[in-house]
Design a protein around this ligand. Structure first.
Ligand code: FES
Length: 126
């Protein structure tokens, strides 16, 4: 993210999530754009539980998405860029499609996100 204050005069950044328009102020994260459009969950764990923004600082891996074909991306850590194609996470914690790019890293990211989510569910008695 940018260390500079956001200038509202710079306008709005527009992208899509699953083909639907999302937008936010320049410098805001992909997760912020998803939250701003009313989304609270955009990934499912192996058990089918919905996940979205949790820690907001890149630690929990709950917010994983695919961005421009690269899965396993933490939406809370990546500023929304004009024209981004954001999709639900794929792989073990996502829609089941084959990940592209660095498949091993993406699968590890998704698996870590699921492990953290599963541990949290167990602790909560879900
Ligand atoms: S919300 Fe925790 S890593 Fe993004």
């Amino acid at each position: 993210m940018s260390a500079q204050p956001i200038d509202p005069a710079q306008g709005e950044v527009r992208a899509t999530f699953e083909g639907e328009p999302i937008s936010c102020s320049p410098g805001a994260s992909v997760a912020a754009a998803l939250i701003a459009t009313g989304k609270r969950g955009w990934r499912e764990t192996k058990s089918g539980a919905t996940r979205g923004l949790f820690c907001g600082i890149g630690v929990c891996f709950d917010c994983l998405v695919e961005i421009d074909g690269e899965s396993g991306q933490r939406s809370c850590m990546i500023p929304l860029r004009e024209g981004m194609d954001v999709r639900q996470a794929k792989g073990p914690g996502g829609t089941g499609e084959e990940p592209r790019g660095d498949a091993r890293g993406q699968e590890l990211g998704n698996a870590l996100g699921d492990a953290v989510s599963d541990a949290r569910d167990e602790e909560a008695g879900e």
